[in-house]
Design a protein around this ligand. Sequence first.
Ligand code: DGL
Length: 271
Amino acid sequence: MALIGVFDSGVGGLSIWREIVRLLPQHDVLYVADQAHVPYGHRPLEEVRRFAEGIARFLIGEGVQVVVLACNTASAAALHYLRAVLPQVPFVGMEPAVKPAVQNTQTGVVGVIATPATFQGELFASLLERFANNVTVLTRVCPGWVEAVEAGMLNTPETEALVRSCLEPLLEAGIDELVLGCTHYPFLRPVIERVVGPGVEVIDPAPAVARQTGRVLAARGAGPSRGPARRRFATTGDPERFRAMLSRLIGVDAQVEPLRWTPGGLLERVT
Ligand code: DGL
């Protein structure tokens, strides 16, 4: 029986969760949101790495066969490290989808939006080195977007103003590809598409992450769960708030398990 562990700082990773469940409906999934620490994007990489390690150890303790970092920031901070210190399970990480954007652009200018920490990590530097070629890759951080999604302000005039002020410089620079480099941003897609208009392709890597998760499970020979697949959700924040967001963002009604951080940096169930 395969159990897939998925985590993010908050609700953003649910944009990955829904693709995983669509593609791999036969597997159990345990989703952890570290809402005690959201947002991750402004924190030092070492701190995000510690959180990611605590969550990964918790998920491994719960018996997962694969851990999906449904968070670009945690991937930038911790993916290589987690693979080195926890070799017993495979990790699927994320990086902004620069490659398809560079392949598809007609204007030769692409935009990548993500958190400050994602742009600082080595992963992003190596992406540019490998794929940017002769294309101009413009990066932009988007203040307030993660907080707006966490607060459920998905399609309000305030959110549209935040989105517009962040994207306008990219539009003026002539982008025709926009890479969503943070898993919270797909929940703002209707507003983003309204702001950028039909001439800009918006790229969300979630389906590619789900496919990669499927390949990793297949390589491990992981079979489907016996009986109906279980979907578990847990948060280090407020379970009732998270439950309301589950229904709002992905149309799921489920119990949410409370988790807490120990002073030693371990994650444990609140019983
Ligand atoms: N959703 C995360 C990401 O993909 C983290 C956002 C945050 O907590 O700042 O980067």
